[in-house]
Design a protein around this ligand. Structure first.
Ligand code: F0G
Length: 355
């Protein structure tokens, strides 16, 4: 296995002088989802791009390998980021690998436990703030200037460059671009990046003059949907803490992707997110974190409302951005963990019958 810088070297701004910092990220599974296909009907094919299978269990590793490699090439002394959790976990791991310090600024009480555990395990300096992600991002931008650190949020252009590889992998696997690509949207870097990947592929490789590009569909949580509403949200709220963002840094990148691809952005409620989250785990066998399920929630919402914008027979990809184990608290909230039984076969069989 190679990491994504080796796999996609010709597409990325690297040279022989770039020290590659890699954990063999990318090349994640593209899993067909027969349950979703059945739900939406019309002979449409649905695939899940399971980016929770990256080394730190989220898509952030795609951008982080490049951001960290370029930072080291440029003589980096340490990295810093604001995060709803996954960026901090990824930054902490790649900084540990590169041997430089990592500082992460997080909204206190709104980061899923697994992500916090990762940042701590990888030795980052973790600073929770009494504010939200947008406050944290403002603060780290100022800290960068004061301390001479490298900012590894997706405002770092190398993050977007690395993340565009998701489109290249999907095209290679399907043999062509899909008709539509559904993604969750938070800070809006990932939808910007995926669209860039499709555009660059179309320019370089498409015989039909770059006309074969998917429609991009983004989904924000209803309580944190600034792009949907057309204005910043001061107090974003959602169970999908990864996308609890009120003023996305890559807002323009997202709106360009939506306009150029003839796509759309919509809001999904926390209930819709959780229903899709449960569907993916229980029917497709794919466990993702709540924010990731926003893509499938959007697809199911369109199908239910009769507003499915994707034609019959089309191929749809939903990005699942992070692994379900990132947020164990949501997974077990609202369910009773069963009481133990004695070590006794009859009791076991009775319990099995009762379920
Ligand atoms: N899904 C997950 C699991 C995420 O962690 C994020 C963003 C997104 C979707 C949205 O992607 O920001 O590129 O639109 N997480 C960032 C973080 C903000 O700090 O980990 P986006």
């Amino acid at each position: 296995m190679t990491g994504l810088i080796e796999r996609w070297r010709d597409w990325l701004p690297v040279s022989d002088a770039t020290p590659v910092v890699s954990l063999q990220e990318g090349s994640t599974p593209l899993i067909q989802a027969p349950g979703l296909e059945k739900e939406i009907g019309g002979n449409r094919r649905v695939f899940l791009k399971y980016d929770g299978a990256n080394p730190t269990a989220s898509f952030k590793d795609r951008g982080m390998t490049l951001a960290m490699s370029k930072a080291m090439e440029e003589g980096c002394r340490g990295v810093i980021c604001a995060s709803t959790g996954n960026t901090s976990a990824s930054a902490a791991a790649y900084a540990a690998r590169a041997g430089v310090p990592c500082y992460v600024v997080l909204p206190a009480g709104n980061v899923a436990t697994g992500k916090l555990a990762q940042a701590i395990a990888h030795g980052a300096v973790v600073v929770p703030i009494d504010g939200n992600f947008d406050d944290a991002l403002r603060m780290v931008r100022e800290a960068v200037a004061a301390k001479g650190l490298t900012l590894v949020n997706s405002v770092n252009p190398y993050r977007i460059e690395g993340q565009k590889t998701v489109a290249l992998e999907i095209i290679e696997e399907l043999g062509a671009p899909p008709d539509a690509h559904f993604l969750p949207v938070g800070n809006a870097g990932n939808i910007t990046a995926a669209w860039r990947g499709y555009c660059e592929w179309a320019q370089k490789c498409d015989q039909d003059n770059g006309s074969r590009r998917p429609q991009m569909f983004g989904f924000q949580a209803a309580g944190a949907a600034p792009i949907v509403h057309g204005h910043a949200v001061e107090k974003p709220e959602t169970i999908a803490t990864a996308i609890r963002i009120g003023n996305p840094a890559s807002w323009t990148g997202a709106t360009n992707a939506l306009a150029e691809s003839n796509g759309a952005i919509a809001a999904v409620t926390d209930d819709e997110i959780l229903a899709a989250y449960r569907h993916l785990a229980a029917r497709e066998g794919v466990f993702c974190e709540p924010a990731s399920a926003a893509s499938a929630a959007g697809l199911l919402q369109q199908a239910r409302n009769g507003t499915l914008a994707v034609k019959e027979g089309a191929t749809i990809v939903c990005t699942l951005t992070g692994h379900g184990l990132k947020d164990p608290d949501t997974a077990v909230a609202g369910v009773a963990i069963p009481d133990p039984i004695p070590v006794d076969l009859d009791t076991l069989l009775a319990r099995m019958e009762a379920e």
